[in-house]
Ligand binder design. Structure first.
Ligand SMILES: Cc1cc2nc3c(=O)[nH]c(=O)nc-3n(C[C@H](O)[C@H](O)[C@H](O)COP(=O)(O)O)c2cc1C
Length: 324
């Protein structure tokens, strides 16, 4: 039965992206369906207090499961059934037909976040393609008209986040700055994925170990400066804009939109580097909303997008398949 056959495909489904690479999804196999839920120990209450990125990540996982199943010839569909109390977003269940998608498991496998140099930007056709995907769900994809202001906004957002001890403690929990870390190959953000040299990773480790005691000495400013200026590494900044009203199940749906868009970009030879801090910090979110002429609460995701200049390192996963 297709539900049983799906078990063997799970390692590829786990290639879905998630904020801080926490891989918050949880699958529970029941006789007639597979429940998709989340693990509270893998959420980000400090960095993502509203759960926006959790739900985007869960939606990205749902879409990845559907693509991987369809490519293997399995007939599965997704039925949303959001339940906060039981930490469930919905079910994968048998369907009359395969899920219709232009994407393949190889796209899921090859896509990766690229925080390095991105040449060029996004051409008009690709921009129209990602916008069309968002519009089918009532949203849109926009470029920032006054991109020159983004550098200062990013610095302000980084400084604000690094000045917040619970956010820094949470980030530290998911940083994997030393290959000897027991979870280096399982989850979180590795030094390699963050593009840090060995000395930079060691310096960051020391600085974070001294936090929050060193906080009054200007550590937030130092950490923000160490994060560098991603915008100096090229690319076009794209913003995913939600419809006027978007409830929690709607955010999961937009996680599916986000994944489809990342695969549209990937198949066009482009990669994305999310810059969520711009919308995590209320003050920078308000300025960005004003630049775009949309209400700040409609901003769902921001990323720098362009053509990779060399292959980005592959991120870790807790569940790996034969090819990993
Ligand atoms: C909702 C969401 C928000 C994210 N925000 C950021 C971010 O602000 N900065 C960043 O560098 N990466 C961000 N990422 C990328 C994740 O860190 C990345 O997906 C994860 O480490 C797995 O790596 P991969 O995308 O290469 O598979 C985000 C991903 C998702 C799904």
């Amino acid at each position: 039965m297709d539900l049983d056959a799906f078990r063997a495909l799970e390692p590829w489904c786990w290639r879905a992206p998630s904020a801080h690479n926490t891989q918050p999804w949880r699958l529970r196999h029941e006789p007639d369906a597979i429940q998709i839920g989340w693990d509270p120990a893998r959420t980000l209450p400090a960095a993502d207090p509203t759960g926006r990125d959790l739900r985007l990540s869960l939606g990205a996982f749902v879409e990845t499961c559907l693509i991987v199943a369809a490519d293997a010839g399995l007939r599965l569909e997704y039925a949303a059934d959001h339940d906060e109390r039981h930490r469930r977003v919905g079910w994968l269940r048998p369907a009359p037909d395969r899920y219709p998608t232009p994407f393949r498991t190889t796209d899921v496998w090859e896509r990766r976040t690229d925080r390095g140099h991105l040449a060029g930007g996004v051409d008009q056709d690709t921009l129209a393609a990602v916008d069309a995907v968002a519009r089918q769900a009532g949203g849109s994809v926009r470029t920032v008209p006054d991109a020159g202001r983004l550098g200062a906004l990013l610095r302000a957002a980084d400084r604000r986040l690094y000045a917040d001890p619970p956010v820094v403690a949470e980030l530290r929990r998911w940083l994997r700055l030393d290959p000897a870390h027991p979870d280096y190959r399982a989850d979180g953000l590795t030094d390699r994925c963050l593009g840090l040299s060995r000395p930079a990773a060691a310096g960051l480790r020391v600085a974070l170990a001294g936090y929050p005691a060193l906080r009054p000495l200007g550590l937030p400013r130092l950490l923000a400066a160490a994060a560098g200026d991603p915008l100096a590494h090229g690319g076009t900044v794209l913003v995913l804009v939600a419809p006027e009203q978007l409830d929690e199940p709607g955010q999961v749906d937009f996680g599916r939109v986000l994944l489809r868009n990342w695969l549209v970009l990937h198949t066009a030879g482009l990669a994305a580097h999310p810059l969520s801090q711009l919308i995590d910090v209320p003050a920078t979110r308000t300025v960005l909303g004003a630049l775009l002429g949309v209400a700040p609460q409609r901003l769902l995701h921001v990323a720098r997008v362009g053509r990779p200049t060399r292959p980005a390192p592959r991120s870790a996963r807790r569940v790996v398949g034969a090819r990993a």
